[in-house]
Design a protein around this ligand. Structure first.
Ligand SMILES: Cc1cc2nc3c(=O)[nH]c(=O)nc-3n(C[C@H](O)[C@H](O)[C@H](O)COP(=O)(O)OP(=O)(O)OC[C@H]3O[C@@H](n4cnc5c(N)ncnc54)[C@H](O)[C@@H]3O)c2cc1C
Length: 419
């Protein structure tokens, strides 16, 4: 279609990760027109492309009894659909932390199905390049596979994971704090044991021994088994790169190459250990996982103290239940737990860009400081903030009072459907 002749879309969602899918569904359910654009060929963002493989944040931290949902509404719906598809229940890990294991194609399939069930125009292989304001309307220029396209939209939801839409829109960006250490996930086959505990203990013991006697490559210092990923002699291994990320243009290439090399070296070394000669690296995630990145400033900035206090908020529209998991240069993250059975409320203001009307923030790019995002970036929470951002954008299109939208979101995600 020629430039300017396409109908104006009510809500344009940039990025088809957990947050973007949730935002698109929320807007569609609110009855407005929605376009969802995603650079990759698969939905799920890091949840699929970095093969994260465990959904955190959907459950409260509890020491016993059945796992308890941290949010009702869409996050719980996706959790239930994922469980039904994988046949796997919630896993309780150390200190009562509870997550849902999944294989990346399962998450992609669940998100794909939910998008297909709604009136959402999905464009894969479509990348937002620029954004400009023309009166009341945003004009987005995209690269759609191999050609340029223009999309006019009333509201934008930035679910890009890197705040690219916000940067294009001239939104104020959060002052740079230290970014967290990245990690790469690969799949190994030929493991002699299926016992998860035995595998984890063996790996830790051998890596410590190998580092101590100088036979192991340094990378094994941050090698671990992705919990719940063990299946028929295979498992996913995660290797952290204990480096300080600064965010310059050459860094992604350098980090990707270093991580892939370190993972291959680690598996090559493990193969030399007794009984491990069948061990092979049979797959590596398409993308290195960068834990945090650029975020825009919202009306409110959520802080780490708000998260660990499990604080409420009169405009709370989603809940965060995962601890602050701050990865720096060590083998383990620095953890700050929320109280048992508790979650913080994420205010609507953290999802509304400060001083840029018509721009909403979802998932990894919400307005939060580095400590808070070390908790709120997990997939379960991104489903909640994504849904809320999409619903707020749709409410604005419909001319709804903000208080009414907030009340609807509270009833769906914050107060309803728990337990
Ligand atoms: C190493 C690592 C381990 C993790 N472990 C866990 C874990 O165990 N459990 C857990 O729950 N979470 C974990 N996380 C966090 C979680 O995976 C992410 O924070 C979460 O998936 C973010 O979701 P999102 O939708 O906000 O963003 P993303 O997943 O980053 O999705 C953003 C999407 O936007 C697309 N995009 C970007 N720019 C554009 C553009 N210009 N135009 C169009 N599309 C664009 C991208 O292709 C991407 O698909 C981990 C993260 C990392 C890096």
């Amino acid at each position: 279609m020629a430039e300017g002749t396409a109908p104006i879309v009510d809500v344009l969602v940039v990025g088809g990760g957990a947050a973007g899918v949730a935002a698109a569904v929320a807007a569609a359910r609110a009855g407005v027109s929605v376009r969802l654009i995603e650079s990759n060929g698969t939905l799920g963002g890091f949840g699929t492309s970095a093969e994260v493989s465990t959904v955190c944040g959907l459950h409260l931290r509890t020491l016993d009894g059945p796992a308890q949902w941290s949010m009702g509404g869409f996050p719980r719906e996706i959790g239930e659909r994922l469980r039904a598809r994988t046949g796997l229940g919630a896993v309780r890990y150390h200190e009562g932390l509870t997550f849902l294991p999944y294989a990346p194609p399962d998450l992609a399939a669940v998100l794909d199905a939910v998008v297909a069930e709604h009136a959402i125009t999905l464009s894969l292989h479509t990348t937002l390049m620029s954004l400009a304001r023309h009166g009341e309307v945003w004009r987005a220029t995209t690269l759609a596979w191999d050609h340029q396209e223009t999309i006019d939209a009333r509201m934008i939801v930035d679910a890009s994971g890197v705040a690219w839409a916000a940067a294009c829109a001239g939104a104020e960006i959060q002052p740079d704090e230290e970014r967290q250490a990245p990690a790469i996930v690969g799949t190994v086959a030929g493991l002699p044991t299926q016992d998860a505990f035995a595998l984890r203990t063996w790996l830790l013991k051998e890596c410590v021994r190998g580092l101590r006697d100088g036979t192991a490559p340094a990378g094994v210092g941050s090698l671990s088994v992705v919990p719940g990923s063990e299946h028929a002699g295979t498992a996913r291994f995660k290797l952290g790169l204990p480096v300080r990320v600064i965010g310059d243009a050459d860094e992604p290439t350098m980090l990707e190459r270093a991580a892939r090399r370190a993972l291959a070296d680690a598996v090559d070394w493990l193969r030399t250990l007794p009984g491990m000669d069948a061990l092979r690296l049979i797959g590596v995630a398409p993308q290195l996982g960068l834990r945090t990145g650029r975020r825009a400033l919202g009306e409110v900035v959520v802080t780490g103290d708000h998260v660990v206090a499990a604080a409420g908020h009169p405009e709370g529209v989603a809940r965060g239940a995962w601890p602050i998991e701050h990865w720096t240069t060590g083998r383990q993250p620095m953890l700050r737990m929320l109280p048992l059975g508790a979650a913080c409320e994420i205010p609507a203001g953290a999802l509304i860009a400060k001083g840029v009307p018509g721009l909403y923030l979802a998932g990894r790019v919400i307005s939060a400081n580095e400590e808070a995002i070390a908790s709120l970036r997990v997939i379960g929470t991104c489903l909640g903030t994504g849904y809320a951002a999409g619903r707020l954008a749709a409410g604005a299109v419909r001319g709804e009072e903000r208080a009414a939208t907030v009340a609807a979101l509270r009833a769906e995600q914050v107060e309803g459907g728990l337990g």
